[in-house]
Design a protein around this ligand. Structure first.
Ligand SMILES: Cc1cc2nc3c(=O)[nH]c(=O)nc-3n(C[C@H](O)[C@H](O)[C@H](O)COP(=O)(O)OP(=O)(O)OC[C@H]3O[C@@H](n4cnc5c(N)ncnc54)[C@H](O)[C@@H]3O)c2cc1C
Length: 413
């Protein structure tokens, strides 16, 4: 190593610039406490500080930032949902995402790839037409395409799927994109930190103090802090937090697994999803095929990986891409998915004064990171649900007023 470089590395006058300040001690009181240092919690902190001038905020993270679903997802961003409420919400996120690298001055490797949802039957093609109609009505670029279009875009696909499940067409969504997921967490953390938000890692919240029906503070392993506003943004751990305040939700938690192959030369431009084959795949900028399937069948809070998953996925991948027979799987992992009955999120104010919820992100929450932070910051600052999230209130389950997105949100993250 050149001597000058070594001298620079050891010189205390040139410390490595930190992404954000990490104070050792918690203050006695904050205006807002955010539980969960995933993308959603950090984005809410960023927008609170940068758009609403609320900077006496701390983010409490039990592990390290981005260590939950944010750093485990397969990074698909799209807005071709089924309901007008869902399409409007996710479309705002795509809009924020497409300018986020510039806004946060951080390269998020956001790349538009085009997103195909394959239809293996005439009935699924009907659902695709329905989605395309809703999408286009709301200005989202989305259309139903025939097998010849798919073959032209991706010649490697076997349209007969090994004679198992022929492809009849697809919903094609050109703005479908991928991004670097951990960078999203780091960029929002830096944006919030520059405005004075404190980010405390290794700081689990162990209890929430409620007095006279409203939030009074938060207990952590590093002591008690007073606050009148708490945002729970803990995705797969939401049921632990809602138990602390005595709130019931219809959430269930299932593991969701994913894997990557060894790096290959770039060949797959698009994101390909097949609900019938329980499979989706894209190629990362490093050349790895990033793949996943449906949720694990049983409710479980666990990060284990299973051979069943890898075998099932590999079999279906070969039905679609027989050319991949010699490719090796390199890494496999799992994350937690907090699933609602209608596959839409739960967002906004709750019956407990000062307790705000951002949950129900299942298999689809990464793409919502900027819009959830943006709308939750508005909701907390003004104590009024942002109009984009009103359809996603917790109270909808009591009113049976669901926002059914299962047809557009299950396998196709
Ligand atoms: C394998 C997989 C693939 C996926 N693919 C996609 C995809 O392609 N596109 C898409 O849009 N979505 C996808 N998702 C879903 C997406 O990852 C999540 O919905 C999203 O990351 C949720 O972000 P979050 O910030 O709400 O939660 P998280 O990133 O999970 O952050 C929550 C944080 O809260 C912390 N926490 C929990 N309890 C406490 C406590 N008591 N005190 C303090 N901190 C606590 C956790 O440590 C964690 O860091 C996928 C998920 C998985 C698992």
């Amino acid at each position: 190593m050149p001597f000058r470089l070594l001298r620079f590395a050891l010189n205390r006058r040139y410390p490595e610039p930190r992404m954000f300040a990490a104070p050792e001690r918690l203050k006695d009181e904050y205006d807002v406490v955010i539980i969960g240092g995933g993308g959603h919690g950090l984005a809410a902190a960023h927008y609170l500080a940068n758009e609403h001038g609320i900077t006496n905020v701390c983010v409490l993270e039990k592990g390290y930032i981005g260590g939950g679903g944010t750093g485990r997802n397969t990074a698909i961003v799209r807005s071709n949902y089924l309901t007008p409420e869902g399409v409007a919400f996710y479309d705002r996120s795509v809009e924020l995402f497409s300018d986020l690298s510039r806004a946060l001055k951080f390269n998020l490797f956001y790349t538009e790839r085009g997103h195909f949802t394959l239809a293996h039957s005439q009935s699924s093609l009907r659902t695709m037409r329905w989605r395309a109609e809703v999408n286009r009505h709301l200005g989202v670029d989305s259309e139903v395409v025939d097998p010849a279009f798919i073959r032209n875009a991706c010649p490697e696909i076997d349209l007969e799927c090994g004679h198992q499940s022929r492809i009849h067409g697809a919903l094609y969504h050109p703005p479908g994109a991928i991004a670097r997921h951990d960078a999203v967490a780091w960029a929002f953390a830096r944006g919030a930190g520059r405005r004075g938000v404190e980010i405390h890692q290794q700081t689990p919240v162990t209890g929430i103090q409620i007095e006279d029906g409203r939030v009074a503070g938060v207990h952590t392993t590093k002591g008690f802090v007073r606050t009148r506003k708490v945002l729970s943004a803990v995705a797969g751990w939401t049921t632990h937090i809602t138990k602390m305040v005595g709130l019931r939700t219809p959430l269930v938690v299932h593991p969701l697994q994913a894997c990557v192959t060894e790096p290959l030369k770039p060949w797959l431009d698009h994101i390909i999803v097949s609900a019938s084959l329980h499979l989706y795949v894209s190629q990362s900028t490093r050349g790895e095929l990033v793949m996943g399937a449906s949720l694990d069948p049983a409710e479980l809070i666990s990060h284990r990986s299973t051979l069943d998953f890898a075998e099932g996925l590999a079999g279906h991948l070969l039905d679609l891409f027989p050319c991949l027979g010699e490719v090796k799987i390199m890494r496999q992992w799992a994350g937690l998915s907090d699933i609602t009955p209608d596959f839409s999120p739960i967002m906004g104010r709750t019956p407990i004064e000062g307790f705000y919820i951002d949950a129900g992100w299942g298999t689809w929450g990464f793409k919502a990171t900027p819009v959830s932070g943006w709308t939750m910051a508005h909701t907390i600052a003004r104590h009024e649900d942002h109009e984009l999230i009103r359809p996603f209130s917790l109270s909808r389950f009591g009113r049976y007023d669901l926002v059914g997105e299962k047809g557009a949100a299950s396998v196709g993250h």
